[in-house]
Design a protein around this ligand. Structure first.
Ligand code: NDP
Length: 342
């Protein structure tokens, strides 16, 4: 499958196809709808490594029985600033949709609140969830673990997940600042896309199975990815293992890897989220305006742009309801999945 041939599809039709593919393989309407929302938003924003590219993996995990497509997340509040959602073996997006309103409500009352998602299967980009927190006028932070793909600094075998972190900050009258990055030098989905297209990746992305640096994505997929920024990126990956693994009682990436059935779908894991209301943390009532001005000064520097701006510009340029350009071969595969019943 190459990335060359593009096909046009209406956003609503794409959403309906993803919904149908998941419903046809055992997902409940709520589970399927929450995943279809994130997949469609990813394609809309040009985050192709987390769009329809991921649907075969979602379906595979339903087919293998790894993910419970009928799972109903359970919310509890064990402490004043804490919201816990047990995803009950379902996909992450529904657990997030269940927990984020309670997280924001709690942060408004306490100034800071944490949402721990457990027993979930995460396969998506994280900007979706932090943007939802910023839409409530709060600073949002999220991180999640995965399975071993990234070598620790100095090592040559995978140990950390690609462990993404994201944060979002509301801006008065504008789309929020949203930063969302893997702690690997390159997200695995992008390496897979490069392998599919027969395209080399930059130096520093990974090591081959022999432990030597490689620019061949296929060899890196068999070997190990590298963290961004050497030992400093590795320290971020480690922090994420501690927050989204150890601190919330979920598996670390190595444990999730050992438990995985290698069906090509997402691994079991947890997600750590935090919401802050700076007005209650000494930030004053004008904290949004102050940060907004700072971001304006930053983005006025020639040659710079704000993280998230690429996605937001694309979103603004796309008239509501106008069709999306997606990978033609992947769309054909999606149509087949939508037509197939388990
Ligand atoms: P990128 O390296 O493409 O981008 C990282 C961040 O940097 C983005 O916020 C991006 O904004 C910003 N950025 C990029 N270029 C510039 C620039 N020139 N100036 C300023 N900011 C810039 O992302 P990754 O490859 O690291 O991650 C891709 C996705 O993979 C993420 O969405 C992540 O959540 C997801 N992921 C999910 C995992 C999971 O288990 N669920 C595991 C690992 C990754 P912009 O978007 O506007 O380009």
């Amino acid at each position: 499958m190459t990335s060359d041939s593009l096909a046009q599809i209406a956003q609503a039709e794409l959403h309906a196809l993803v919904l149908s593919a998941l419903l046809g393989h055992g997902a409940s309407d709520a589970q399927a709808r929450a995943v279809a929302d994130t997949v469609t938003a990813a394609e809309r924003d040009g985050s192709h490594s987390h769009g329809i590219f991921r649907v075969p993996g979602y379906v595979a995990s339903l087919r293998s029985g790894k993910v419970d497509g009928q799972a109903v997340p359970v919310l509890s509040r064990p402490a004043p600033a804490s919201v816990v959602v047990d995803a009950a073996g379902g996909f992450a997006p529904l657990a997030l949709a269940t927990g984020i309103p309670a997280l924001c409500e709690t942060a408004r009352a306490t100034g800071v609140a944490v949402l721990s998602i457990g027993n979930c299967y995460h396969f998506a980009a994280l900007w979706h969830e932090v943007e939802a927190i910023a839409a409530e006028g709060l600073i949002g932070f999220a991180c999640t673990v995965a399975t071993p793909m990234v070598a620790p600094a100095g090592g040559a075998r995978p140990f950390f997940g690609t462990n993404p972190l994201a944060y979002a900050v509301p801006r008065p009258g504008r789309l929020p600042l949203v930063v969302d990055q893997a702690s690997a030098a390159m997200a695995r989905g992008d390496i897979m896309l490069a392998a599919e297209a027969g395209r080399a990746v930059p130096e520093g992305v990974g090591l081959g199975p022999d432990g030597a640096p490689s620019t061949d994505p296929a060899r890196i997929l068999e070997g190990a990815q590298l963290p961004f920024g050497g030992y400093k990126g590795a320290a971020i990956a480690l922090l994420i293992e501690i927050l989204a693994g150890g601190a919330i009682g979920g598996p670390f990436s190595d444990e999730a890897g050992a438990a995985d059935n290698a069906d090509g779908g997402p691994p079991v894991g947890g997600e750590f989220l935090m919401a802050l209301d700076p007005a209650q943390l000494g930030g004053g009532s004008d904290w949004q305006q102050r940060i907004d001005g700072f971001l304006d000064r930053l983005s006025a520097i020639p040659g710079t742009r704000l993280p998230g701006a690429r996605r937001h510009e694309r979103r603004k340029a796309l008239a509501a309801g106008s069709p999306l350009s997606v990978n033609g071969a992947r769309l054909t595969a999606l149509r087949q999945l939508a037509d197939t019943r388990k």
